[in-house]
Design a binder for this molecule. Structure first.
Ligand SMILES: [Zn+2]
Length: 102
């Protein structure tokens, strides 16, 4: 079963968790393909609309999102064999100094 996020229709990431779906993120510029668990992405983006993720995520290779496409599917049968899923290991907080003249 393959589901594609229909444009203009809100589909929150939490729904993907309920239905045990996997997110597939493709960069058409560098041909990178990654799979993510929705429970990992919800930690970063909150319960966002799946249709907004292609604008909020960035390709790790080209550092852009102009050619990202995001859809989701339920891995069954041969789809599930050897499927590599990119898991969230940690979220690093960046310390940025902010200055003021006194
Ligand atoms: Zn890319």
């Amino acid at each position: 079963m393959v589901n594609t996020a229909a444009p203009g229709y809100a589909y929150p990431v939490s729904k993907l968790i309920q239905h045990r779906l996997i997110l597939r993120v493709r960069c058409h510029t560098c041909k990178t393909l990654h799979h993510y668990r929705p429970e990992d992405l919800i930690q970063i983006f909150g319960d966002a609309d799946v249709n907004s993720l292609h604008r909020r995520m960035k390709c790790e290779q080209c550092r852009r999102n102009s050619a990202l496409s995001v859809d989701f599917f339920q891995p069954v049968g041969s789809d599930a064999i050897g499927l590599k899923i990119r898991r969230l290991v940690a979220i690093k907080l960046l310390r940025v100094p902010v200055w003021r003249e006194e």
